[in-house]
Every structure is written in structure tokens, then in C-alpha cells.
Design a protein around this ligand. Structure first.
Ligand code: UT7
Length: 332
């Protein structure tokens, strides 16, 4: 039996530096019309020197703690969903705990590409079920720009950097007003599709030797058209399943937050779910695809802007490399 969980605080952080479509026009053979019509993206935020997975996670975590009315010392577990940690060792979670000034806690990274936030949220729910007093920091952060080849026009227009954070605890009586009750999370993977979206270079399957220059496999490689088809099918399917499983109809959903990869994917998933456009939150236009951070930044921003109101039923959907995909229902 799962212990009921709440998200009692949210926060997000994006780098200051903007990379606009006009900037990209000067870097590769592309244009604003192509990028806008194919993706909906107008600009993305790119980490400056010194801005990293851990520094962005730290900023988002401080905001989430403040939003929850909690101090870092109260945290019992730290989870960081990312494919772009500052280092392979130590983990981003250990570095984040250190930056928050806390030691002795369980801290670990979770790798599920663009679905990272929901994989980490479900892990947090499992920890809360094991340890009902747990107060868990979940951050989902990617500095995708560290693994983008800015000479590859098919990739560099799509991605941006950012971080989101949520504080997850059991749904106790002291839950502050404005908390979101996590009703369910569904997750899925299909490794047979893994080759369609990869970063292999530097892994133990594709190691580099000392002094060797990085190859294109060090950067995101994607068969965009194939990923697109699977993303639409998988995300709409798992969102329908989570609604049916929990006895909700699409009409009962107040806000839909899909993975922010591409406005056309968002529109196609929205159409399959028969979700009116005014219920669908998007920020892909200004941030691009921030991978694991995408839906948690959107959730945090939608809540802060009042797009999500008290009492609203929020449906989240994700899809990413692996393949990984997921959905969740949160009642605010
Ligand atoms: O988070 C999950 C991971 N990622 C995604 O969800 C992304 C999924 N895929 C997509 O969003 C889309 O497939 C893309 C936006 C990546 C591409 O859109 P598309 O409509 O599938 O275009 P395409 O890949 O079929 O390319 C069409 C043309 C090609 O030219 P030719 O071969 O038809 O002459 C490309 O070379 O567009 C060309 N192209 C570009 N042209 C201008 C590719 N990138 C660019 C570019 N600017 N940046």
C-alpha cells in the first residue's frame, strides 16, 4: 500500500543567458521560420561558465524549500534526475547535499532522460512509503547544452538548460495550503528503441582514451522523426491509462502539462487526449526542451503564475530517451 504523498513546495531556475532563433541563424544553416513552424521554440536558456547541473539544482531547491516553508536541514533524502551531472563521481545528489550544507542523508542520481522528474517522483513515493517521516528533495535538472553539438542544426535548435525542484513528504495533517497531492504515477520503458536517441561517447561502451578528441557520439544523436512518432503515441497512451486507472475522465482534468519538447508533439498529444488547448500549459517557446527539468519547470511555473489553481486536477506526461515515458496525476 502506497503512503499518500504530497508535493509541498515547488521551485525552478533557468540560466540568464538566452539563445534566440536569430542567434542560431548566425551559427548554423537554419532560420526562425523553420524552427518556429517545426518546434514552436523561439529561444532557450543556456548555462554560462560556472553554471552547472548542481548550481542550477541548488537554486531550484532553495526556492522549493522556501515555498514549502522548510529548512534544508529537515531533508532526509536528496534525489537528482539528470543525464548531465557535473561529474560521473561524485553524483550530482551528493554535491547538491553538500551545497545545501547537509551530510549523512541518502542522496542519489536517477537517469531517465526527459522522463527523469516522474521517475524521481515515483522513487520519492516509494521512500515515503518505507519511511513515512521522510522529507525528500526531488530535483530534475539538465544542462543539455553540455552535450549538444552546436554545428548540428537538427539538434542544437531543440534544447535548453534548466532545473526544477519539488519537496515530497507524506500527506500529513500539517500539509500547507497549496500542496499538491500525488494521486498516481505510471512509468514505462522500452530499451529496444534506445538507439533512436543516444549519447554514447564517454560511456563504458564507448570509452575515450587520454588525449583523444571527442567524436559526434559525445553529443545528443537523435532520429527526430521516429522519436516524434513514438513520443506522441506513448505519452498519449500512458496519460489515458492513468486517467482510466484512477476513474477520471479527460473532462475532469483542469491542467495538462506534457513534456515540453516540441509544440507539434504537445498539440498532437493534446488532440489524442481531446484536451482543449486552454487547459494545456506550454513554455517550450521560451525554454526549448530542458530534458528531465521540462515538466517540473512547467509545473512550478504554472503554479506560480496561477495557471494551476487550488483544487485543480493536473495531468503530467513525459517521454524521453531510453525510451522512457510516464504520467502522473496531482490534485492541488
Ligand atoms: O524529449 C524527447 C526527445 N526529442 C523530441 O521529442 C524531438 C522529436 N522530434 C521532433 O521534434 C522533430 O522530428 C524535429 C523538430 C526534430 C524535426 O522535425 P521534422 O518535421 O521531423 O523534420 P525532419 O527531421 O524530417 O527534417 C526535415 C528537413 C530535412 O531536410 P530534407 O532532408 O527534407 O531536405 C532536414 O535536413 O529539415 C531539415 N532540417 C532543418 N532545416 C532548417 C533539420 N533541422 C533543421 C534546422 N533548420 N534546424
Amino acid at each position: 500500500m502506497t503512503t499518500p504523498c504530497i508535493i509541498r513546495g515547488l521551485g525552478h531556475c533557468v540560466p540568464e543567458t538566452r539563445l534566440t532563433n536569430a542567434d542560431l541563424e548566425r551559427m548554423v544553416d537554419t532560420n526562425d521560420e523553420w524552427i518556429t513552424s517545426r518546434t514552436g521554440i523561439k529561444e532557450r536558456r543556456i548555462a554560462a561558465k560556472g553554471e552547472t547541473c548542481v548550481s542550477l539544482s541548488h537554486q531550484a531547491a532553495l526556492k522549493a524549500l522556501e515555498n514549502a516553508g522548510m529548512r534544508a536541514e529537515e531533508l532526509t533524502h536528496i534525489l537528482v534526475a539528470t543525464f548531465s551531472p557535473d561529474a560521473v563521481i561524485p553524483s550530482a545528489a551528493c554535491m547538491l547535499a553538500d551545497r545545501l550544507g547537509i551530510t549523512g542523508r541518502m542522496a542519489m542520481d536517477i537517469s531517465a532522460a526527459c522522463s527523469g522528474f516522474l521517475f524521481a517522483l515515483e522513487t520519492a513515493r516509494a521512500f515515503v512509503t518505507l519511511h513515512p517521516q521522510a522529507k525528500i528533495l526531488v530535483t530534475a535538472t539538465d544542462v543539455v547544452s553540455s552535450r549538444v553539438d552546436y554545428t548540428d542544426r537538427s539538434i542544437c535548435v531543440l534544447f535548453g538548460d534548466g532545473a526544477g525542484a519539488a519537496i515530497v513528504t507524506a500527506a500529513d495533517a500539517a500539509a500547507p495550503a497549496g500542496s499538491g497531492r500525488v494521486l498516481d504515477v505510471l512509468l514505462a520503458t522500452d530499451g529496444s528503441m534506445g538507439e533512436l536517441l543516444t549519447i554514447k561517447g564517454g560511456g563504458s561502451g564507448t570509452p575515450y582514451k587520454l588525449g583523444e578528441a571527442v567524436r559526434s557520439d559525445f553529443f545528443v544523436q537523435m532520429n527526430g522523426r521516429e522519436v516524434y512518432k513514438h513520443a506522441v503515441r506513448a505519452m498519449s497512451g500512458i496519460c489515458k491509462t492513468v486517467l482510466e486507472k484512477n476513474g477520471f475522465t479527460k473532462d475532469q482534468v483542469d491542467v495538462f502539462i506534457p513534456h515540453q519538447a516540441n509544440l507539434r508533439i504537445i498539440d498532437a498529444v493534446g488532440a489524442r487526449l481531446e484536451m482543449p488547448a486552454e487547459k494545456v500549459f506550454t513554455n517550450v517557446q521560451k525554454y526549448g526542451n530542458t530534458s528531465a527539468a521540462s515538466v517540473i519547470i512547467a509545473l512550478s511555473e504554472a503554479r506560480a503564475e496561477g495557471f494551476i489553481k487550488d483544487g485543480d486536477l493536473v495531468l503530467l506526461g513525459t517521454f524521453g530517451g531510453g525510451f522512457t515515458w510516464g504520467s502522473a496525476l496531482v490534485r492541488f
